[in-house]
Design a protein around this ligand. Structure first.
Ligand SMILES: Nc1nc2c(c(=O)[nH]1)N[C@H]1C(S)=C(S)[C@@H](COP(=O)(O)O)O[C@H]1N2
Ligand SMILES: [Mo]
Length: 360
């Protein structure tokens, strides 16, 4: 294994939020197809991408299991596989819209993308290892490491690792293909976890170990970073790990401050996604939330993936500034809120916010 930098793909169409480590945003205003092409899929990395060698690569499955094992890359490829689409969204997506401005990568709308993932169901690997009845969590261990920047900063190097409740294992894919191609280096080559319906941080890239735990994991990436303050049953404040993605809809077109011809028809376009609940309705307002009308969906209601939608706006002849908002409702009746919930700090930014456009 080496961490030397290689001439990576240029990622031409992406918006740079950070050059090193690579943090690149999908240009959300170009949303068109259901699947995001690999070279436009957003990239969120905390450290330089490790370059792993396929011939010596092995995945270790160990911990509270009867038969720990290591499996080489080629052997994994030979196992029965599944392919399913999943939308990944960074928990900090939309951070730039928070007022007052906060620290962290200044994502606009595009730290979200959808791909078809192919790999081995996690359950098959767990079955082979024979999970102990005492098991409570699964830890995904990666080989990228460094000193994180988000305060409070731990004293030494930290490896990227995230744990997951045992009950969520059935949805997880240990993926080696993204949209039918080998997973690109920046997206986790040769292997990554895909945890459908959880924020992106759960889908650990450059996966080297799956460790079965008998006690909850309290690592940096789920207590300090990617955690939030909550209260336990005795009202003591405590950190909890972010997990499920919150219900959200977003307007891809028009863009903020876009000029729109008066008196014509404009195709408003966007997407909405939840977690394991499906998006049942999206409404659009062109008057800053006074009145709402339903949009038309382009995709079926399926858990774990976005649903693209469109709306035919009869643009008024009256010139001026208009504020557009979209609002999603899911199959359980949850409605996208109109304010950011402060308990999530600089994460889980899923409230409806206005896209201001100029009609002239
Ligand atoms: N090993 C490792 N896995 C990781 C990360 C990382 O920095 N290192 N970033 C996480 C975060 S915060 C997100 S949002 C997703 C982004 O996946 P992508 O770069 O393929 O879009 O990967 C997650 N998995
Ligand atoms: Mo993220």
């Amino acid at each position: 294994m080496s961490t030397a930098s290689v001439a990576a793909e240029p990622n031409i169409g992406l918006i740079i939020r950070e050059r090193d480590p690579l943090n690149l945003e999908y240009p959300f205003d170009e949303l068109d197809e259901f699947l995001t092409p690999n070279d436009l899929f957003y990239i969120r990395s905390h450290f330089k991408a490790p370059v792993l060698d396929r011939d010596s690569y092995e995945l270790a499955v160990y911990g509270a299991v009867a038969k720990p094992f290591k499996i080489p890359y080629e052997e994994l490829l030979a196992l029965p596989s599944v392919t399913r689409p999943a939308t990944l969204e960074c928990a900090g997506n939309g951070r730039i819209f928070l007022v007052p401005q906060v620290k962290g990568a200044q994502w606009q709308l595009g730290a979200v993308s959808t791909a078809n993932w192919t790999g081995v169901p996690l359950s098959a690997l767990l079955e082979r290892a024979g999970v102990s009845p005492e098991a409570c969590e699964i830890l995904f261990e990666a080989c990228d490491k460094g000193t994180p920047r988000e305060e409070p900063v731990p004293p030494g190097e930290t490896q990227y690792a995230r744990s997951l409740a045992m009950a969520k294992a059935e949805d997880v894919i240990i993926a080696y293909q993204m949209n039918g191609e080998e997973i690109p280096i920046d997206h986790g080559f040769p292997l990554r976890a895909i945890v459908p319906g959880h924020y992106g941080m759960a889908s650990v890239k450059w996966l080297t170990g799956i460790r079965i735990l008998t006690e909850p994991f309290k690592g940096y990436w789920q207590t300090s970073d990617y955690g939030y303050w909550d209260y336990d049953e005795n009202n003591n404040p405590m950190r909890r790990a972010l997990g499920q993605m919150a219900l959200k809809s977003a307007i891809a077109r028009p863009r903020t401050r876009e000029f729109i011809p008066a008196g014509e028809s404009y195709r408003v376009f966007g997407a909405a996604w939840g977690s394991d609940t499906v998006v049942e309705q999206v409404e659009l307002s062109t008057d800053d939330g006074e009145t709402w009308e339903p949009v038309t969906f382009l995709d079926e209601a399926v858990p774990f993936v976005w649903r693209r939608w469109e709306f035919d706006w009869k643009v008024p002849v009256e010139k001026g500034t208009y504020i557009l908002k979209s609002r999603a409702t899911d199959s359980q009746g949850n409605v996208q809120p109109d304010h950011h919930d402060k308990k999530f700090g600089t994460y889980v930014i899923h409230h409806t916010f206005g896209i201001e456009v100029v009609v002239r």
